[in-house]
Design a binder for this molecule. Structure first.
Ligand code: XUL
Length: 517
């Protein structure tokens, strides 16, 4: 019997999935919600704000306590001695700062003590800035200036200097903590930190997560000398190695085999970022398949046929754990924008859906840039959606038109701002709350003129970890794993060709509205 285990260290919880590769079954899934299970860390949603509201941190000791709780639950739910391989992922961009004690301690963790107690003395910075932190605008500017402009950073690293990315975060730490920075021997990402804990050794970072740091050169897949130099002094000595996503880093540590009943022979595959792992867990590792997650923010990601970066600087390129690169584009005005329009007219979701069904594609010549709050694709620092059409529409007196114009505006903006990826999707997989709404998805399909299918995979990040572990340690092909574990709804939503011209016409309207921002 061979089980494979995948871990997801996300913002709000630490989760795991165990899959049985003989019976193609999910054996168990466990989640430790930080806020509920570890209230002593005062982080109801897994993070807390710093002195200014732009600083957002998590306590790495909370993650460690969650790992102990998680493995305790797993041990009670399934026979961990059958696990043969482990991999996983962490929320991207977050960083953990460790002193020289780390390098001694990590190899000799005592199973009779907790992880957090043993690792606490190894932290050179008590808290980890995470991806929600936007406090590094100045540092981004400084790095861009040192490199000769954001275009160069984007060409080298796949993204312009971005506040939440690890490089600018490290620079801010160096500037504000003159004692603690020199005392830092190692800076890990959340993914490489968890991987190190599991394998009892200081682990590398994979290209998938490494690309989210503004420090890795996408062409060489190694640290970029200029970027590292512009970020902080002596940084190169503090960074782990970078490896490809198929690297087996070693065996599970004694801490876990003794404490939780794993065999000593369990192999561990390098961890990656949550988005790259989700690419695997949604069966979208090969170019041609695109995933759109319609959640709080809408996210569009896909394996890239060739590595290019966004000339406008809004999108990101990360490593694809299966080789090559993946793109990721985030639209902040996702569900919140949809909800705003619904609530403005005190509509229910059923009325919202009916409004979409009762209005024609093209919305009778009424168009909206649905930016109700700060947007990053494209950059917009306001909270006023732009409306263009008849006076009833422009004055918010036409609920049905406003609802359709919002959805059409969201997806046309999404189409326009993902064209830089130069790929023609064969299929779009949708996931997230709004993906369940057929009327919304039909509009998506019509605008992109691509077949759309709903994903039925929950927890694609952890599943991606379990699949990568099975692929690289146990000889399964990704194709086999995808067909057994990544389920889609049987219904395929097909584009209506008659709407193609109408939507191309609106694209031009939206383009000219964007120029007025
Ligand atoms: C991606 C990003 C988030 C985090 C947390 O750039 O910031 O998706 O990975 O999930």
């Amino acid at each position: 019997m061979a089980y494979s285990l995948g871990i997801d260290g996300s913002t709000q919880s630490m989760s795991a999935i165990v899959i049985d590769l003989d019976n193609n079954d999910v054996v168990c899934e466990c989640t430790i919600n930080f806020g509920e299970r570890l209230p002593e860390y005062d982080s109801p949603n897994g993070f807390f704000k710093g002195e200014t509201s732009s600083e957002v941190y998590s306590n790495p000791l909370m993650w460690l306590d969650a790992i102990d709780l998680l493995f305790n639950e797993l041990k009670d739910s399934c026979d961990l001695s059958k696990v043969k391989a482990i991999s996983g992922a962490g929320q991207q961009h977050g960083s953990v700062y460790l002193n020289t004690k780390w390098l001694e301690t990590i190899g000799q963790l005592d199973p009779t003590e907790s992880l957090s107690k043993q690792i606490k003395p190894c932290l050179s910075r008590p808290h980890s800035p995470i991806w929600m932190d936007t406090s590094t605008t100045l540092e981004c500017q400084e790095i861009a200036q040192a490199l000769g402009g954001n275009e160069i950073i984007c060409q080298k690293s796949g993204s312009t200097a971005i506040e939440r990315f690890t490089g600018p975060q490290i620079r801010r730490f160096y500037k504000t903590s003159l004692d603690a920075y020199p005392n830092t021997a190692r800076i890990h990402l959340v993914s490489s930190f968890i991987c190190s804990i599991l394998s009892g050794q200081d682990c590398p970072i994979d290209t998938g997560d490494g690309a989210g740091m503004n420090l890795m050169n996408l062409k060489t897949n190694t640290w970029d000398y200029d970027l590292v130099h512009a970020t902080a002094p002596n940084l190169i000595d503090k960074l782990p190695f970078i490896v490809q996503g198929d690297t087996v880093v070693g065996k599970i540590s004694e801490y876990f085999s003794e404490k939780y009943g794993f065999s000593k022979e369990v192999s561990i595959v390098v961890f990656t970022g949550d988005n790259p792992s989700s690419l695997v867990g949604t069966a979208a590792s090969a170019p041609g398949k695109t995933v759109i997650s319609l959640g709080t923010s809408d996210t569009f990601f896909a394996a890239m046929p060739s590595t290019v970066s966004d000339p406008n600087g809004y999108g990101h390129v990360f490593g694809n754990p299966s080789g090559g690169s993946m793109s990721l584009q985030c639209f902040l005005n996702g569900s919140l924008a949809r909800e705003f329009v619904k609530d403005k007219f005190e509509y229910s979701w059923d009325q919202f859906t009916n409004a979409l069904l009762e209005t024609p594609p093209g919305c009778n010549g009424n168009y909206m840039l649905p930016f109700f709050s700060h947007e990053i694709s494209p950059l917009y620092d306001g909270n006023n959606p732009v409306l263009k059409g008849n006076s009833n529409f422009e004055n918010w007196r036409s609920p049905k038109l406003a609802i359709r114009a919002c959805i059409e505006g969201q997806f046309i903006n999404m189409k326009m701002h993902t064209e830089w990826m130069s790929m023609i999707p064969e299929i779009i997989y949708v996931t997230g709350g709004a993906s369940k709404n057929h009327a919304i998805i039909q509009i998506l399909s019509d605008i992109f003129q691509v077949n759309v299918q709903q994903l039925e995979v929950n927890g694609s990040v952890a599943l991606g970890g379990a699949m990568r572990a099975a692929q690289h340690c146990l000889g399964y092909t990704l194709k086999e794993l995808e067909s057994e574990f990544c389920n889609c709804s049987s219904e395929m939503i097909q584009p209506n060709e008659y709407n193609k011209e109408e939507y191309l016409k609106i694209e031009n309207e939206i383009k000219s509205m964007l120029l007025t921002l």
